[in-house]
Write a protein that binds this ligand. Structure first.
Ligand SMILES: [Mn+2]
Length: 193
């Protein structure tokens, strides 16, 4: 059984073409027109050990908002589709990831219910051309479409680049652990996720 999804999503604000393989090797090919965001999605694929291809062409002449949000929707949708009925998955995953002075903790539950708790502000809100406040928005879109619970908490950090990167790496590692196939049935007393 392959756990893959290919998504094409087009609106008046963006076109996203996305490929995801949950059992890949961490090979990524990401292009959104926002270099720092590309760098972050690269971390997500690489440390999640997913194969991830992203081609987003958004209305960057406005700003990066729609590009980031619509990419989050597509990645979430792809994850939901690739997981299928979620049978056999570990379901819960967590990770605490340092980058030098920055430390970020993340916990995931593939619960079927979208919920985000995000506490990872940054000292400055611009890294390259990327507004770091978009990251919460990205994960809101991701969580709603992937139907999972995600907690992200910055324990400490000074560099906004490091904090943001530790966020994406922690989410990647927590997701890798949560989607790992470790059993057979649906890991819920409800019988469904
Ligand atoms: Mn970096």
């Amino acid at each position: 059984m392959t756990r893959t999804a290919d998504i094409v999503r087009q609106t008046n604000e963006s076109k996203v073409e996305l490929g995801l393989d949950l059992d890949g090797s961490g090979t990524t090919d990401v292009s959104t027109g926002v270099p720092f965001f590309d760098h972050m999605l690269d971390q997500l694929g690489r440390h999640g050990r997913f194969d991830l291809t992203v081609r987003t062409a958004g209305d960057l002449e406005v700003d990066a908002h729609h590009t980031v949000e619509d990419t989050g929707i597509a990645i979430g949708r792809a994850l939901d589709e690739a997981l299928g009925d979620r049978a056999g998955v570990e379901r819960f995953g967590d990770a605490t990831v340092p980058i030098d002075e920055a430390l970020v903790r993340c916990a995931v539950d593939l619960s079927g219910r979208p919920y985000l708790v995000y506490r990872a502000d940054t000292p400055v809100e611009l890294v390259g051309t990327y507004e770091t406040t978009l990251t919460k928005h990205f994960f809101e879109a991701f969580v709603a479409n992937a139907r999972l619970t995600l907690h992200v908490e910055k324990l400490q950090g000074e560099s906004s680049h490091h904090i943001q990167e530790a966020v994406f790496k922690a989410v990647a590692v927590a997701l890798r652990r949560a989607v790992a196939v470790t059993g057979r049935g649906i890991p819920s007393t409800k019988g469904t996720l």
